[in-house]
Design a protein around this ligand. Structure first.
Ligand code: ME8
Length: 511
């Protein structure tokens, strides 16, 4: 049996600015998978952190009038704060200015030198500081006589001595690697883009800069700092103890199971990173999943438009779990999505009307009609199986969706069952059975309890606090809240606390 272990990462975020909804989104998806895997009995290592070197961060520090280290110390804290506010369950938070990380980068560099993968030359070409990326002349677009990267970032002409990584020599090996590992890049649109980019020809990659100093020094040539992407990508192995490959963490968790990234940084993760690793004789990660881009009320999010969405403000206005639910329910993971107040209100009302209503109705009937005690479990009838059949399939269904990072699909399918449960309670009408068949009423309420328990258990990774409260109301003991725990029925007759409303309805807001 393969070990039940799982290593999941978020990108490490640039500390040039405050966190926004995009950062919260990538980390949220990673958090949900990490929580799911833990609940499924896996040993999980979930890593996030901050990317603190490079020209972009150096410039932001200059603009702020601060020393780069003091600046990065300060801004990095705001990403730690985001972790707390969003309830992320990461096992570690890495900063690229840590000494252990600089050591790891230099060790990887030395290994690449030993393997003959690095040579000294001269770089001359286009560079976009905003993207920290080199672009070929044929990739640029021209507007008003000025050249821009395909991302819209301004580019500048750079000419300086540089070390190069022999990326060109990796073209065929990368293509073979994608072929042998069809799940390495997801979704498929991104995979196709990467493959066609690689097929169009790879040139050697400039991996050092001499025109600024805020970076990891190149071993034996301190006039160069490493290209920030070589530095940044290495974080995924630093965190496991690299270059010490004898650590427990390294042996347990490398290669990573999924690197969660936005579609903007696929090239770095799906081309450069496996090439660096294979060149250093290290195994490449198993999968890179690139999600789409959020817009705000139909507009691209940008500082200049002043429409950046602050996740902290959202959480303080709507509450954490509704925001977590909204982000993964609203948009198919992998596609672009739009944030609008109207969509958010719609999803919050869905929580209140469907899930809140189901549990509130069931639990208050148990409170009122069964003295607050869990009715006895009975053999299900054919009618009961119409509820319990789909309910029993939820854990496997969600597990399958999460394995594919199809969070939206998992929630969509689960919601069908929430609605079915509400329809079932309507058909069974336990409130009417009270007068006609009290035994049947008790049986119906017990099956509804089972249904809500399963739904709440499966939803815990998405809404940990609220589902924790729902499981409290259902009197599910802590040790039975994982997936394996679902197999153990609760004892008949245990006391349930009086139910409380868990989701508030909101007025529809139109922006
Ligand atoms: O690229 N919608 O850091 P970064 C969705 N340091 N997601 C978004 C988004 C949006 N509008 N805007 C940003 C870097 N993101 C590098 C990564 S990893 C070794 C180094 C998310 O601060 C998305 O995940 O620019 C994107 O990939 C990431 O933030 C970029 O964060």
């Amino acid at each position: 049996m393969t070990a039940r272990r799982c290593y999941l990462t978020t990108p490490i975020y640039y500390v040039n600015d405050r966190p926004h909804i995009g950062h919260a989104y990538t980390s949220l998806a990673t958090d949900v998978m990490a929580r799911w895997k833990r609940m499924d009995g896996y040993e999980v290592f979930f890593l996030t952190g901050t990317d603190e070197h490079g020209q972009k961060v150096e410039k932001a520090a200059q603009v702020a009038g601060e020393d780069p280290q003091a600046f990065t110390d300060r801004v990095s804290m705001s990403f730690r704060h985001l972790v707390d506010v969003m309830g992320f369950s990461n096992d570690a938070f890495i900063r690229t200015t840590e000494q252990r990380h600089k050591d790891a980068c230099q060790a990887l560099w030395n290994r690449l030198v030993e393997k003959g993968e690095i040579y000294l030359g001269h770089y001359e070409g286009w560079y976009a500081v905003r993207d920290e990326a080199f672009y070929g002349p044929d990739e640029l677009v021209e507007r008003d006589g000025q050249k821009f990267a395909p991302t819209g970032a301004p580019v500048e002409w750079v000419r300086e001595p540089s070390y190069f990584f022999r990326l060109g020599a990796w073209q065929e090996k990368l293509l073979r690697f994608y072929d042998d590992n069809p799940d390495f890049i997801a979704p498929n649109t991104r995979r196709n883009e990467v493959i066609s980019f690689v097929k169009s020809g790879l040139t050697d990659l400039s991996i050092s800069r001499t025109s600024f100093t805020w970076g990891v020094k190149v071993p034996n040539d301190p006039s160069h700092v490493m290209y920030v992407w070589l530095d940044a990508l290495t974080n995924y192995i630093t965190a496991l103890g690299y270059p010490d490959e004898s650590t427990e963490a390294w042996k347990k968790f490398w290669p990573a199971d999924v690197h969660f990234v936005g579609k903007d940084i696929v090239r770095f993760h799906a081309i450069y990173w496996p090439a660096f690793l294979m060149a250093a004789d290290l195994p490449p990660p198993k999968r890179v999943f690139a999600h789409g881009w959020w817009t705000n009320e139909g507009q691209k999010i940008s500082k200049s438009l002043g429409n950046v969405i602050d996740p902290l403000a959202l959480v303080s206005q709507y509450g954490l779990d509704p925001v977590r639910f909204f982000m993964l329910r609203e948009v198919p993971f992998g596609q672009d999505g739009d944030f609008s107040k109207r969509a958010l209100s719609g999803r919050l009302n869905e929580l209140a009307n469907d899930l809140g209503n189901l549990s509130q109705r069931t639990l208050s009937l148990i409170q009122k009609n069964c003295e607050g005690k869990l009715p006895a479990l009975t053999e299900p009838t054919a009618a009961d199986l119409e509820l319990l059949g789909p309910i029993s399939e939820l854990p496997a269904m969600m597990g399958d969706c999460i394995e594919r990072q199809a969070f939206h699909e998992g929630l969509e399918k689960l919601w069908v069952v929430v609605r079915l449960s509400n329809a079932w309670i309507g058909q069974q009408a336990p409130w009417a059975l009270k007068k006609t068949d009290i035994v049947r009423m008790a049986a119906v309420l017990r099956h509804l309890h089972t249904a809500i328990r399963t739904i709440a258990t499966v939803l815990q990774p998405f809404m940990p606090t609220t589902m924790g409260k729902m499981l409290d109301q259902l009197a599910v003991p802590e040790e039975l809240r994982d997936l394996a725990g679902l197999a153990t029925p609760l004892a008949d007759g245990i006391a349930l606390p009086p139910p409380e409303v868990l989701f508030q309805k909101v007025q529809d807001e139109v922006a």
